[in-house]
Design a protein around this ligand. Structure first.
Ligand code: H79
Length: 485
């Protein structure tokens, strides 16, 4: 994210003038969808600050959105999937053509033609869903189109797509159907930046010359139309996504996110939208990091790096002030499959990161990059199943919780649910004594969450001393359930 180059910031009004009339017809709900047109009233005339008014004016739609948002916050843990023809070359997705680097050993010409060999015959979407379930993940988010522009679904509006690969089958539909069979909510990642589309950038140039897009060319509105039509396809022709996960590259106002989100709200009031298309959206998206303090509304949280977190207040917000958010993270250091990237995070680290996110009120979206055959590599599976074993015994301290009363303890974290405070102990104390700072609440009972063993506790001037077993029950995180009242 951030300012990588000077770009024109098109005003939204200018974009609407450009896109307006022509698209109104193209986006009429009958034009693409086989599902019935929404029965509610047509949205009022466009208003610059009211991309949410479609839901706001209709209580039934607003309730659907609220229920989905509440479910998302409680679900806490999801699987992100970055996949595409790039997996054949063991290179990062899209970046080798945007920012060529010697380490990728691939030219743009080679990269963009990989799809002609992509044939993941071992793709078994039911196995992926089952793996996510075993990991304790409660939702999945699939890349349907990354910055490289290759579509993993059978879009009407391009030939650069999975059904023109030797595999021929529609990967998004296959996972969508499997998720429906298993009752697993599925979201779609969709990149507004698109290196392949000639209306996004002058494609006679190399991608590295103009990968940020060229919104001042007269073709730009045609690109916006393409993008909106594809979003409409994903919502109307595929199993309805619980989230549309956009991924910009800075200067995201050029995508006319107001218009896009408004369209999403019209078509599917309960579909959530992240904050990477130039409007605040429904949740923040730190990338590869968990914020050090609790994100609050109004903070612009997205992308890599911690500089954006400087403005965050320390201390506890109230529930209404909490910004919904989700950290996405890789297991190694590549989003797509890369057989040469062996820097795997440990299962213990990943469990602690999930807990860290939950302790600050957030979700954790952990990425896998499937192989070119369509399987998930054993190193990822082992970690996911390890997290799942922990979640099976300790899930009560994650699902349905919110940020905890004690932040960033030196030895662990806290999460909270109703009267319960869950004390997550990463570093087990010596001497069978655990010191807990003041919880500002009367402590009624302390138990090991896994197994329910009661523990003695002694209140003191600075908080609480809990008498604990000599050894940690779990190497990553032993959870104590503290009942307050
Ligand atoms: O889809 C994944 C990334 O491709 C995308 N977002 C996630 C979910 C992403 N967009 N921007 N960024 C990530 C941040 C950019 C990081 C960069 Fe780099 C640092 C670009 C160039 C240097 C990472 C490292 C990519 C190439 C080298």
């Amino acid at each position: 994210m951030g300012d990588r180059s000077k770009q024109w910031n098109l005003s939204r009004r200018a974009l609407l003038r450009a896109v307006g009339a022509g698209t109104a017809a193209a986006f009429s709900s009958e034009s693409l969808s086989s599902s019935p047109a929404p029965a509610h009233q047509q949205p009022a005339d466009d208003h610059p600050s009211c991309w949410d008014e479609v839901n706001d004016v209709d209580a039934a739609r607003a309730r659907q959105w609220e229920r989905r948002m509440a479910w998302f916050n409680e679900a806490k843990f999801g699987m992100f999937i970055h996949w595409g023809p790039c997996s054949l070359a063991s290179v990062e997705i899209s970046w080798p053509i945007m920012r060529p680097a010697r380490k990728w050993h691939i030219t743009q010409e080679e990269y963009v033609n990989l799809y002609k060999r992509f044939n993941p015959v071992k793709y078994d979407p039911d196995a992926w869903v089952e793996l996510a379930r075993q990991a304790g993940q409660r939702y999945m988010v699939l890349v349907t189109k990354h910055h490289d522009g290759f579509c993993m679904f059978d879009s009407t509006f391009t030939d650069y797509k999975i059904t023109n690969s030797p595999y021929k089958k529609d990967i998004v539909r296959l996972l969508g159907d499997a998720c429906q069979r298993h009752g697993m909510p599925l979201g779609y990642y969709y990149s507004p930046p698109d290196m392949h589309h000639p209306d996004y950038r002058d494609t006679t140039k190399l991608v590295k010359e103009n990968w940020e897009g060229e919104p001042t060319r007269h073709q730009w509105p045609n690109y916006l139309q393409y993008m909106q039509l594809q979003v409409r396809e994903l919502i109307c022709r595929y199993p309805t996504p619980f989230v549309l996960w956009f991924d910009g590259l800075g200067h995201q106002e050029k995508y006319d996110g107001y218009h896009v989100v408004r369209m999403i709200r019209e078509l599917s009031p309960a579909t959530l939208v992240n904050n990477r298309i130039g409007v605040p959206g429904d949740f923040g998206t730190p990338e590869q990091v968990v914020p050090r303090s609790i994100p609050v509304k109004g903070a612009a949280i997205q992308g890599i790096g911690r500089s954006q977190q400087k403005e965050l207040p320390t201390g506890l917000p109230n529930q209404e002030e909490l910004l919904h958010w989700e950290t996405c993270m890789t297991i190694n250091n590549t989003w797509a499959y890369n057989k040469n990237d062996r820097s795997f995070k440990s299962t213990e680290y990943l469990i602690q990161t999930l807990v860290d996110a939950a302790s600050k009120g957030g979700n954790f979206l952990l990425n896998v990059g499937p192989t070119p055959e369509g399987t998930i590599q054993p190193e990822f599976q082992e970690r996911l199943r390890g997290i799942g074993r922990w979640m099976k015994n300790n899930g009560d301290s994650i699902y349905g919780t919110t940020f905890g009363p004690l932040q960033n303890l030196p030895y662990g974290r806290t999460t909270a649910k109703g009267d319960m405070v869950y004390l997550h102990v990463f570093d087990w104390p010596a001497g069978q004594k655990l010191m807990v700072p003041d919880l500002n609440a009367r402590v009624l009972d302390v138990q090991m969450l896994d197994g329910g063993k009661r523990l003695e506790f002694i209140p003191n001037a600075s908080g609480l001393t809990i008498k604990v077993p000599a050894r940690a029950q779990d190497q990553a995180d032993t959870v104590l359930a503290i009942k307050t009242g």
